[in-house]
Write a protein that binds this ligand. Structure first.
Ligand code: HPA
Length: 271
């Protein structure tokens, strides 16, 4: 694994012969609009990057984008690898390993999620304060490479309090309501049954989704500072569990995008 990470990083350094950014962004389902704010220097399709998996959702193959937001150099993943697509956890998190090898120190993540907190509404933004990992395979399972991180990583502050504080200030300055809560990461691809939403609420979750947790664990293993935000695209609140579909998730994500993009953009420019 180490060898592949190094090869991919070396390849990217060759095709992007500029100072490497220290900030990376992973954009979630229907949340690619932030890309429009990026001053793009170089784009590379995943299929052209050695050892990179190729994303399959809705036929969109993803790409890696190098550029800047404000004066901050960034690298962004448009399209991510989900466990439910059939990738194993090493593949799902491979890009984050490569980011670390490139010198990335800060990771910003967005996703679409179902809300279990009864105070939430469709279209709300939820800053992830903590998570519960319910994926059936752990991304750090197997031999640990000390070069990548410690065997038993601390998880007491996965989501940077510093960045959460700044995001809250930015939201307030723009009169954008933001929630904070616990994200439950599940394998999917099914949405939840009413009983499962209730269960995730009881164990302490505010929202549930099928991504983010593996990437974030690997980022923390590598010592990156992490910020993540969910767009609530459907509700799994007891008594009002609605029918969820991929189309509706995309539609709700698209509608909430401008406020999410604004917060991410300002946060990344300012942090
Ligand atoms: N459950 C799981 N993943 C999701 C949901 C949901 O309700 N909404 C968007 N992604």
């Amino acid at each position: 694994m180490l060898h592949q990470i190094q090869e991919t990083a070396a390849f990217l350094k060759k095709v992007f012969p500029h100072p490497m950014p220290e900030t990376a962004i992973i954009l979630g389902t229907g949340l690619g609009e932030l890309v429009n704010h990026i001053d793009i220097t170089k784009e590379i399709a995943y299929e052209d990057i050695p050892h990179f998996p190729v994303s399959t959702v809705e036929g969109h193959s993803g790409k890696l984008i190098f550029g800047s937001l404000g004066r901050k150099g960034i690298v962004a993943m448009q399209g991510r690898f989900h466990f439910y697509e059939g990738y194993d956890m090493k593949q799902v998190t491979f890009p984050v390993r490569v980011m670390k090898e490139l010198g990335i120190k800060h990771l910003f993540v967005s996703n679409a999620a179902g809300g279990m907190n009864p105070d939430f509404a469709v279209g709300d933004l939820m800053i992830i304060r903590d998570h519960i990992n319910l994926f059936p395979e752990h991304p750090l399972r197997g031999r640990n490479f000390e070069e990548l991180g410690v065997r038993f990583p601390d998880m007491s502050e996965v989501y940077s309090k510093r960045l959460i504080g700044k995001a809250v200030q930015i939201a307030a300055a723009h009169d954008i309501v933001v929630r904070q809560g616990v994200y439950v990461g599940t394998q999917g691809p099914t949405f939840e049954t009413p009983a499962e939403y209730r269960y995730f609420r009881i164990i302490g979750g505010d929202a549930v989704g099928m991504s983010t947790v593996p990437e974030v664990i690997v980022a923390r293993h590598g010592g990156m500072e992490v910020f993540a935000i969910s767009v609530i695209t459907d509700l799994g609140v007891e008594g009002i569990v609605e029918k969820a579909s991929h189309e509706e998730v995309q539609k709700a994500a698209a509608a909430a995008q401008p406020k999410m993009s604004l917060i991410m953009k300002e946060l990344i420019e300012q942090f």
